[in-house]
Structures are given as structure tokens and as C-alpha cells.
Design a protein around this ligand. Sequence first.
Ligand code: BMA
Length: 354
Amino acid sequence: MPIDPDATPETSALYDFLRRSAPGPTLFGHQDALAYGVSWKGFHEFRTDVHDVSGHHPAVFGWDIGKIGPRPSNLDLVNFRHMRFWMREVYRRGGINTVSWHANNFMGGDAWAVGTPTVAAILPGGSHHQAYRDKLELIAGFLQKVTSGPPDYTPVPIIFRPFHEHTGSWFWWGKPYASAAQYKALWRFTVAYLRDEQALHHLLWCYSTDIVDDEAEYLEYYPGDDYVDILGLDDYHDLGEQENTQELTDRLGMLVRIAESKGKVAALTETGYEAVPKADWWTESLLKSILADPVASRIAWVLVWRNDNVKHHYAPYPGHSSAADFQRFAEDPHVWMLDELPVIYPDRSSGISW
Ligand code: BMA
């Protein structure tokens, strides 16, 4: 069961699917996949770079609500109304949506403006608490409108992954700027506010660290089993220039063991090698790390970051040197793309609005 006892039937169905499917395949995910690719910006078609390369769309679609507020678009210029529309289309096609939040610093600056005691300041009683509540209220309004559309307006289940990579030092919510007690309090407040006060029941909550060395470090800031559905890991370290596939395998094994001991789901919530300069990276680095240990292979999904331009992209595009290898990756029986998913949401409205 998700941590929300009142989770919508579709949200519970998604969680159930993730738990049941985890021992089998690993789903492939890509950030901003429908919004743009290396050479295009989308709206009127269901297009992804990954599909252009392999004939298959990702199964998991990552989005980010960084800079939600007065502007129409997020920090990477994805229009928020379009984002909602795409999340609906993903749902209608039976895929999975996950939302991260590169939150601006409530004491000034963006997510990378570090060094301020912001976590403490936005907790109840803190100098910036009201600003935090106001932002969450706005987010609740946005998330509430992510529905299947007419006629049922079923809320579309969303895996929400705020305050990620807090074990690093690059975001204002990172470990050097907040104690474990403060981070946990922030997480718990956020769950209680969105779930109980704003009555959002279509969220699964995903906690994700950057690389850690052991279970104690992974759990140091963990807000508790009553506040987390999915245990994630972001790891760009092991499969980059200094590749060490065994290290990723070991970390994934650790993650799966922690998650399974709690009856929860594990996922490689972010990974990648910027511009994928290694032609066989998909099968020889990523898939190899996942398959090297049967325990590690039980991660539910792996998501790579966005395809912004030829220098900054994490999935291939037509003509890219890793395209052929990506095809092999996508065809591997262990890797599931969108068209390989069973029906996850029992009541999803049929029909595609394109
Ligand atoms: C980073 C880069 C940035 C982007 C941020 C949030 O990894 O891709 O360009 O703004 O993620 O998506």
C-alpha cells in the first residue's frame, strides 16, 4: 500500500504494478522526453528522441516543476500547461509520470544558490514558512489539474520526487546546509501539507539520494517508512568518464535490499553520461551494471536526464554514435519501453487525443 491510505485506485494500482514488476524488468525513463529533443521542440505530436532512434517511447516520463510561479514555463522552458497535457497523454497511453522539483531558494536565488539556512527557515515557525506554504499551495493547484480529462477527470498518478540528491552539496537543501532532523521535518511537513491539507491523493513519494557508500548513509536523512513509497538513487558518478560498473551494481544491490526490507520499491531515479560519448554505453555500461547482480536487476526503472542539445543530452537521437546500441538496449528483454507495459491503471479512459 502507498503511504497515503486514501490514495486513488489508479495511484494504488501504479504502486502495486511497480512492486510486482520490480523483480522482473527494468523500465526505461527519460526526462522531458515529449517536450523537446536535441533538434526539435514539441507540442503537436507524441514525439521522443528515443522513439526516433528505436521505435519505442520511454515507459517513464520525467518532468520538473522548478521555477513554478509567475512564469508560464519551468526552469528549462517547458510550458506548464503543456506539461500537464503531456502527463495526461502519458497516462492515457498507459505510461508513468514522475515529477522532480529544482526548487528556487526561498531566501533568494535558484536551486543551486547554496549556503543559506533555508531548510530551517521554511519549517513551521521559520521566517520563510509562509512563502513555502504559498508555493506548496500553488503546486497543489498545478498537480490537481493533472487529470485524464473529460469525461472522468481522473487524477493522473504522479511519482513526486522533491529535494533530491540532498546528500550532495549543490542544492540549498543539501546536507551541509540542513541537519537530518531539519530535512526530515521538511519532508514530513510537505507530505502532510499536500496529502492531508490539500487532499492530493494521486501522489507516490520518492526519496532519492546522490551516491552514498552504505546503508547508514542512505538512511541518515530518510524521513521514515510512513513518508516514502519509493527509494531512489541518482548516480552519475559510476558510469561517466571514470567508469566503474561494479560500483553501480553494488549501490543498486544495496538500494534494492533496503527497499525490499521495507516492502517498498527501488529505482535508479537519475543516471547518465553527458552526450553519451561511449558508443556501447547502453548495453555495456548501463545494462551490464543492472544485470550483473540479480538483486540489482530488481530496480523498477532507470531514468536518464534531458536531451537539451548536442553537448548536453543523455539519451541518443538519430545519427548519434550510441543510437545502434540504444536499439539493442531497448530490445533487450529486461528493458521495458512504453509499448511493453501491461495495463497499469484499471480505469484509464481509453482514446488518444492527438
Ligand atoms: C541539470 C541541467 C540543467 C537543468 C537542470 C534541471 O542537470 O540539465 O540544464 O536546468 O538539470 O533540469
